[in-house]
Structures are given as structure tokens and as C-alpha cells.
Design a protein around this ligand. Sequence first.
Ligand SMILES: Cc1cc2nc3c(=O)[nH]c(=O)nc-3n(C[C@H](O)[C@H](O)[C@H](O)COP(=O)(O)O)c2cc1C
Length: 344
Amino acid sequence: MNELRIGDLSARIPVIQGGMGVGVSLSGLAGAVAAAGGVGVISTAQIGYRDPDFGRHPIECNLKAVGEEIKKARKIADGGIVGVNIMVVTRQYEDYVKAAVEAGVDLIISGAGLPMKLPEIAGEVRIAPIVSSRKALQVIAKHWKKKYDRKPDLVVVEGPLAGGHLGFSREDVDAYTVTHEKNYDDEVRSIIELADALETPVVVAGGVYERSDMEHYLAMGAKGVQMATRFVTTRECDASDAYKQAYINAKEEDIVIVKSPVGMPGRAIHNAFLDKVNAGERFMRGCRQCITTCKPDTAPYCITEALINAVQGNLDEGLIFCGSNASRADRIETVADIMEEFSK
Ligand SMILES: Cc1cc2nc3c(=O)[nH]c(=O)nc-3n(C[C@H](O)[C@H](O)[C@H](O)COP(=O)(O)O)c2cc1C
């Protein structure tokens, strides 16, 4: 079986568990995936949401929780690889990166924007940008080379079938996934070609659910895959049982593209909350300092609050982010079951 090499690290199974905010991939899930031979990734998005002081001091609580979750994941990981996912558009992004570095994380994966300054903040820690286009990788690689004489240790290519916020216009999501005017594999090939020239491994994310999906991308020259949706319906996933059950209950037609208040399209399960938002109801009880591109004065709802409600099981007031494959979930699995399937 092909191992996945990331700088001097090596994962026995070439599967990265994608970071899922808010609170869906914390130390429980990330630690279990790492222990099973993959790469476990903690999402730092509002990671401190369970702290009693979160309402008043969200960023301080988050920065404290970054170190705590990495430490907890390490204990579970049993020597396996633990990474964090930090979105570039996070307010005080640099402080989150520093907190992860200080806690001794193995890998920092960073998307939702171009992580231009990441090499400077991350120091020796391995770094991986998430890109959705060849152009984005070109811009990042050129800048990192010129300014820091550094290349990415890994590139995550995230396509339009992924979960959460998407790095595409709504038109492009439809062109790739509805009308099929465009074929995302063409872009994947082009990004792999560029990454090969940099001698940087590529993993592909978005719509990978079973082993044959991984084989498809390995045959195209990828060195592994990043999966998120498949890991939600595991015993170890850090979300509530109600959240996992929403995936199991979802049918294909329930999975929709929403316009997130932070400006990007996102994929989610259609529910009563989205009906209320579409009917013009506003859910904004204050700002929790999450994403730089949000305009709290005009946003229809607070994305932090909606995602926290969902992860805690208050689904009628929650936004249930998911990937295009959520309707394929039909039972709760263990991380070990999934990793076994991908290791054969
Ligand atoms: C519930 C959920 C939350 C997510 N949150 C984030 C996030 O906070 N930051 C990020 O970069 N990607 C996020 N993603 C994207 C995943 O990390 C991953 O790359 C993508 O979903 C892979 O596609 P798949 O879900 O089809 O496997 C999220 C995905 C899901 C399903």
C-alpha cells in the first residue's frame, strides 16, 4: 500500500481526515484517525466554543483550546500524525497558527484564502495550502519561493463536491456538479502537474467516499485523499448524535448549496433553519469574531451560532454543513472500519 509522505512525516494509509468546523473534528476524531495510520486534523474554527467564557472572549478561549485539543489528540494518536486546519480568513489568523506551532502540531493545513504568510509564522512545522485551482497554487508557490525560499510540504486540492464553504463561485459549482459543462478532473490533473514540478505531493478532497474514489485519484498521480463527510458518521466524531443522524437521514435531494453569510457558497443539509432564513428571519445575537469577510450588521444569521447549534444537536436552529456524499451514510461506523477499507 502506498504511504503518504509529507516532508519527513509518513502516514501508513494515504488518507487525511479533513478539518471540520465548528467542533466536528476535534481531538476525538483527529486522534482516532491518526492512531489508525492516517492523518487526523483538528479544525480550529471556534474551537473553544464550549468554554464558559466563550461568549465574552471568543478568541482567547479558542487560542487556549488549540493547545488543549492538540495535546488530547496526541494522547489518542499513539505516535500518529496530528494536524490542524486553520482558515486564512480567521480573525487573528496568525495567533492561531502560533498557538498550534507552540503546541507542537505536526502539520498545518490552511485554506479559505491564500496562506501567503504561512511559512513565516509556521517556522519548521510542515505546511499545506488548500487550493481549488492551478492559479491559486501558482500564486502561493511563487510567493513562498521568492519570499521564503520554501515550497509547500503538501497540497490539498479541494473540489466542488466538498463540504462546508467552497472555494468556487455558485456558477462554477453548478457548472461542475449540475450541468457538467466543466470537468473538475481536468483542473486536478493540471494542479498535479504543477505540484510534480515542485516535487510536492498532492491529496485530493471533495466527494471521496469509498476506496474506488481514492484509486481514481491515485491513478491520476495524487498521493492520497482528504475525506471529511465519511468521517462524520463515526463513533469517534466529535459532533452530537443528532448531527450524525441528520447525515444518515439525509436524501440526495436534501443536500443543497447555500450562500453563507461570510460570502462564500457552502454545502449543507436542507432543514427548518434554512427555511426560516429563506423566509427572511434573522438570527444575529452578537458577533463571535470568527471570519474577517462577515458583515455582522447585514448578515442574515451568525454562522458561528448556527454551526454551534448544529454540532450540539439543536438542528432546528442550526446549519448542518456536509459534503455531497452525506446521503450515502447509512450507519455509524468506527474510524478503524473506514481506515481498514482504505488500507487493503
Ligand atoms: C461539516 C464540515 C465542516 C467543514 N469545515 C471546514 C473548515 O472549517 N475548514 C476547512 O478548510 N474545510 C472544512 N470542511 C471541508 C473538509 O475539510 C474537506 O476538505 C471536504 O469536506 C472533503 O470533501 P468530503 O466531505 O466530500 O470528503 C468541512 C467539511 C464538512 C463536511
